[in-house]
Write a protein that binds this ligand. Structure first.
Ligand code: GDP
Ligand code: MG
Length: 437
């Protein structure tokens, strides 16, 4: 699935110190393939990867974040952007507010009409009327009545009338005279886009002038969903999209491309056949779902919060000038600790969760190290090379450790310093602590 593909795509970047033209190209090729496999159309996928590339190359990699994680973050931001940024509310203002459903047969219009009625009734405390305007299938009218009864919502219908425009108008009239806040008009769809259906929905729209026209689309239809959305939008200029059947083995691709092709927000998603299986569409959550990479995004966000960029830059400089000392080391240690339990942290990295299960990292490892460093004089911390035999003995005694422990830390500190100079990455420090225990 898409998640696995993204995970594979980002493996390419793992363990590399900076985002460069070369490693980014390989990753983006994989990301693009993953998007195309998920039925995102070619143009959207290409624009997406181009934007991600531009942003990635311009960005500094913080000490706390690997290039792969930063790429995930940038991809996440771009996905959110692509899907419209923020959630967009449904407009139900009016006396009554009129919501018109459109979409192909089987897309989930009637089901969603019930769900939305239920949502507006229970969550927004509106007095809702449902109107059955699918005149071609008597069963469709019964279907809405069954839902209305189940939800305790009135359903307006007229089996004698064959003109959906007249039924819709009568429903609005009924809602007005009876003081309903909102009327939701369910309409007929066909199996494929055809002129007759378009003429009909356009005529209904013109006659009742809805406050909100929603286009309902089955998210499992992939690329077809985008073509259908375009056909409907060209004709009736709808206000928002409802993406149904996101509970199944769905292709996230539809959500990605529809917004960019028709430039209309996705407002709701359907996640099941039951009447409460409706969710407001949040681009950020959808991006989480599409990336689905553990909690990488929040890991990166936390890292960015904790690691002041300015501090990181200063540290970088000290490392390059070979001035990295035990005070810096301690600072880094505390930063890592602030970010949470090391094991939790590692578990957030894709693929690491399983690997870390067998590895024991005790918080004691930190305490040991901290104790030793705290037992050093300020001079010893800035100039570790002065730590001779007697000093080691004093430090060991002061910290409740052994001379071997102190030697181990000094050796590891030296190695780390070298390593950090090559690639300032705290992951190395974690590895070091593991050995030190
Ligand atoms: P319409 O022809 O557009 O009115 O579509 P319907 O509302 O009759 O729905 C067609 C089928 O899709 C029905 O069997 C519904 O139960 C099912 N359905 C609708 N929305 C969802 C959804 O979000 N998830 C799932 N799993 N099934 C849905
Ligand atoms: Mg229907």
């Amino acid at each position: 699935n898409l998640t696995d593909k993204f995970e594979r795509a980002f493996k390419v970047l793992k363990g590399q110190g900076q985002i460069t033209e070369i490693n980014v190209a390989e990753t983006l090729k994989e990301v693009r393939r993953a998007l195309l496999d998920a039925d995102v159309n070619f143009k959207t996928a290409k624009e997406f990867t181009n934007t991600v590339k531009e942003k990635a190359l311009g960005r500094d990699v913080l000490t706390a974040v690997s290039p792969g994680q930063l790429m995930v973050k940038i991809c996440h931001e771009e996905l959110v952007e692509l899907m419209g940024g923020n959630e967009v509310d449904i407009n139900i203002k009016g006396n009554p507010g009129i919501i018109l459903m459109s979409g192909l047969q089987g897309s989930g219009k009637t089901t969603f009409t019930g769900k939305l009625g239920n949502y507006l009734k229970t969550k927004k405390h509106k007095n809702v009327l449902l109107a059955a305007c699918d005149v071609y299938r008597p069963a469709a009218i019964d279907q809405l009545h069954v839902l209305g009864e189940q939800l305790g919502i009135e359903v307006f219908s007229n089996k004698e009338e064959k003109n959906p425009v007249l039924i819709a108008q009568a429903a609005v009239q009924h809602a007005k005279s009876k003081g309903f806040n909102v009327v939701i008009i369910d309409t007929a769809g066909r199996l494929a886009v055809d002129e007759h259906m378009m003429d009909e929905i356009a005529a209904v729209k013109k006659a009742i002038n809805p406050t909100e026209t929603l286009f309902v689309v089955d998210s499992m239809t992939g690329q077809d969903a985008v073509n259908t959305a375009k056909a409907f939008n060209d004709r009736i200029d709808f206000d928002g999209v409802v993406l149904t059947k996101l509970d199944g083995d769905t292709r996230g691709g539809a959500a990605l491309s529809i917004k960019s092709v028709v430039n209309k927000p996705i407002k709701f998603v359907g996640t099941g056949e039951k009447m409460d299986a409706l969710d407001v569409f949040y681009p950020s959550r959808m991006a989480d779902r599409i990336l689905g990479m553990g909690d990488v995004v929040s890991l990166v966000e936390r890292a960015q919060e904790q690691f002041d960029e300015e501090e990181a830059r200063k540290l970088q400089k000290r490392i390059h000038k070979d001035q990295f000392d035990f005070n810096d080391f301690l600072g880094q240690l505390q930063q890592v600790k602030k970010m949470g339990n090391v094991k939790d942290l590692m578990g957030m990295i894709p693929g690491m969760g399983k690997a870390m299960k067998d590895v024991e990292i005790e918080d004691d490892a930190f305490k040991h190290i901290e104790a030793i460093i705290y037992s050093m004089t300020p001079k010893e911390r800035t100039n570790p090379e002065i730590i001779n035999g007697p000093r080691k003995a004093r430090i060991a005694k002061g910290s409740g450790t052994s001379i071997q422990d102190v030697n181990k830390l000094l050796k590891q500190f030296g190695d780390t310093k070298k390593m950090m100079k090559m690639m300032s990455n705290p992951k190395n420090m974690m590895g070091m602590m593991k050995q030190l225990k």
